[in-house]
Ligand binder design. Structure first.
Ligand code: NDP
Length: 300
């Protein structure tokens, strides 16, 4: 293996440490405590785990954490009314509605009812538009985490050829916008892309956000390229015992690591950065709301 392993777990711990320092300073110098409200509708087990760890880490960096757990059959009107209350609450600087929502709730309507300045997931249509036009916005957490790791590894990304595999609204598209913002030459690939292997082989930076286990093998990777693997896929692992599973990315780690210059592992790569960036976004939202300087290095 020749690639440098980009340790997302360590990087995320560093980001959380920086956030905690800023939070301590905000409290000491301005008497302000950033607050994050997470709204969970229903009992999806994976969502419950995410919400718990978000709450725990929010408290660990010194922020106020508020959790609203609503029944699966909560009406849209009740959910919108809660969001409205949180929009009006001056002690709450970030609002996150855990997705997916139960089928009877209109996700777009709910997300677009969040005050864009408190939309720490960066999914509100205003933030999407601001990011797309290169203006100050709230940036989706996973792509922001990828950008931070890339900037840390490369310094400047200017002029690099970047290929983003996947065009979802939460990862692929905002990732491409961020790379464009850092002056990469960006290609967005998707399920209809012809000769995907050839497209990926041109890239100095590959960001894979597909959701197909180990889809990209090492011979798709240009020697020395940086591979950011966003995919999280659970596959059977009979070698670990009957019924056992393990997590893999969208890239075949071993073969990609042979040729890449740097690579993020799965798990322990992009995943931990997502919550760290949620905290960074909450801090950014709080700083902006109070007319204070934004935390350096923690925004796009
Ligand atoms: P989506 O399912 O919304 O999007 C997947 C994208 O991959 C689509 O644009 C699709 O193309 C494209 N795609 C599917 N098959 C192929 C193929 N054969 N070749 C090329 N492109 C293909 O997924 P998400 O963006 O939400 O998530 C992607 C992965 O990232 C998942 O594994 C998810 O678990 C993980 N993830 C990880 C996070 C983290 O914190 N680390 C956070 C969010 C997601 P098309 O549009 O044409 O259908």
């Amino acid at each position: 293996m020749s690639a440098t392993v980009i340790d997302g777990k360590a990087f995320a711990a560093k980001v959380r440490g920086q956030v905690a320092e800023h939070v301590a300073r905000l409290k000491e110098e301005h008497g302000i405590t950033p607050g994050l409200a997470v709204v969970l509708v229903g009992e999806d087990p994976a969502s419950q785990v995410y919400v718990r760890s978000k709450g725990k880490m929010t408290v660990e960096v010194g922020m106020k954490s508020v959790e609203h757990k609503l029944d699966a059959d909560t009406s849209e009107a009740d959910l919108l009314s809660l969001i409205n209350e949180l929009n009006e609450d001056a002690t709450i600087h970030g609002i996150l509605v855990q997705l997916p929502l139960p089928d009877h709730l209109n996700e777009d309507l709910v997300i677009n009812s969040i005050d864009p300045a408190k939309d720490v997931d960066g999914f509100h249509i205003s933030n999407v538009g601001l990011l797309g036009t290169g203006q100050k916005s709230m940036v989706p957490c996973t792509p922001l985490g990828c950008l931070m790791m890339l900037r840390d590894h490369h310094g400047s990304l200017s002029g690099l050829d970047a290929v983003v595999i996947g065009r979802s609204n939460i990862v692929g598209k905002p990732m491409a916008q961020l790379l464009l913002g850092d002056s990469c030459t960006v290609t967005i690939a998707h399920s209809r892309t012809k000769d995907l292997a050839d497209v990926v082989r041109r890239a100095d930076v590959v960001v894979a956000a597909v959701g197909r286990p180990e889809m990209a093998p090492g011979d798709w990777i240009k020697p020395g390229a940086t591979v950011i693997d966003v995919g999280i896929n659970r596959i059977d692992a009979p070698e670990r015992g009957e019924g056992k599973t393990r997590l893999v990315g969208d890239c075949h780690y071993e073969s990609c690591a042979e040729v890449a210059g740097a690579i993020t592992p799965v798990p322990g790569g992009v995943g931990p950065m997502t919550i760290a960036c949620l905290l960074a976004n909450t801090l950014t939202a709080c700083s902006r709301a109070n007319g204070l300087a934004e935390p350096e290095g923690l925004t796009a």
